[in-house]
Design a protein around this ligand. Structure first.
Ligand SMILES: Cc1cc2nc3c(=O)[nH]c(=O)nc-3n(C[C@H](O)[C@H](O)[C@H](O)COP(=O)(O)O)c2cc1C
Length: 330
């Protein structure tokens, strides 16, 4: 944690990014079999939905998932504050505000990345939430949007939000182009500008600054950690989940983690059986998160193909994963 930092956030040097459709409770359960320490995030949840919708469906998680942050979408301070209170009561460890999503649906709701142009409103939102909950309140944002694409614009944003004592700034180190690019393009086309995030940390050493975007290897993670307080991984954590088996040891000072890929699959079988007990749904809704588990290993393609084929057959029995492992000789 930065020297002089007086906020509420604990120091999590590594986190896994909020990702719609990907970081659901099943994925998070699997990741907890691999890393105990990494901070996990939910998918973005609209604050309005939390207040009016099916809270159980939207918010439920299992104790094993701690530490876990809920990411909120919204731009009305009062609505966000109400949703934050509900999330705190539900047991979440942190609340994060989404100021990075460029989708047109989110723009219509006037939240997400377009809030980069309204730092005063973001400050109001953070203040409203922070005054109502005791847990940390953080912001995940971009380095800029559209023509607000200079370092000075990023500086202006952080300078205006910092006095709220926002507990962490997680910076996706590329701008978002709201008019011309779709969300996927907005994660690849604008170039990464890590230097801007480092400069921010140098300028505000007392703030907790986390860097995000394009980070894939332990060396890259360590390189960033030499310059900022934390690193957040998104796609790499989904495409190669088992890379997190070394994270607790390398970045949280824990002992060696002896978990194997087979252990993860074996633990997911009863998990899926429990989850499916009264529903008997196709297991693909959970096993889809496991496709990358053998990435880089002999048999990885066979694993993916077998799981995908079973999915097409609408399989309901998770034990078939053990048969695939046997066939692979794992
Ligand atoms: C499928 C997908 C869904 C995403 N959904 C969200 C989201 O709900 N909230 C958010 O702040 N960012 C979201 N993102 C962006 C990621 O959190 C992250 O900022 C981005 O992928 C860059 O990090 P990476 O290069 O490590 O993947 C999403 C990314 C992906 C790939």
């Amino acid at each position: 944690m930065p020297e002089g930092y007086k906020g509420r956030a604990k120091n999590y040097p590594v986190s896994i990014a909020p990702m719609m459709d990907w970081t659901d409770r099943h994925y998070r359960y699997m990741m907890r079999l691999i890393t105990k320490k990494t901070l996990l995030y939910t998918e973005m949840i609209a604050a309005e939905a939390i207040i009016r919708g099916d809270k159980q469906m939207l918010l439920d998680f299992q104790p094993i998932e701690h530490p876990i942050a809920v990411q909120l979408g919204g731009s009305d301070p009062d609505v966000l504050a109400k949703a934050a209170v509900i999330c705190e009561d539900w047991g979440y460890d942190e609340i994060d505000l989404n100021v990075g999503c460029p989708s047109s649906r989110v723009q219509e709701g006037r939240f997400g990345a377009c809030l980069m142009a309204q730092p005063d409103l973001v400050a109001e939102c953070v203040e409203a939430m922070r005054s109502r909950v005791k847990i940390p309140v953080t912001v995940k944002h971009r380095i800029g949007i559209d023509s607000l694409d200079k370092y000075e614009d990023l500086l202006n944003f952080v300078e205006r939000v910092a006095p709220t004592e926002c507990d962490r700034f997680t910076v996706h180190a590329r701008i978002a182009i709201l008019g011309g690019l779709n969300p996927k393009q907005n994660r690849t086309i604008p170039p990464l500008r890590y230097e801007d995030v480092y400069a921010l940390k140098e300028q505000f050493p007392e703030l907790c600054i986390e860097i995000n975007g394009g980070i894939k290897t332990y060396d890259q993670m360590q390189g960033h950690l030499d310059r900022v307080d934390a690193v957040m991984l998104g796609r790499a954590a989904y495409e190669d989940p088992f890379m997190f088996a070394k994270v607790d040891e390398l970045f949280f000072g824990e002992g060696e983690n002896k978990v194997t890929r087979r252990d993860v699959v074996e633990a997911m079988v009863p998990y899926i059986e429990r989850d499916n007990a009264d529903k008997q749904l196709p297991i693909i809704r959970i096993t889809r998160h496991m496709l990358g588990l053998f990435r880089g290993q002999r048999g990885a393609r066979y694993w993916r193909r077998s799981l995908s084929e079973k999915a097409k057959q609408q399989s309901r029995d998770p034990k078939l994963m053990l048969d695939v492992l046997d066939e692979m000789g794992f």
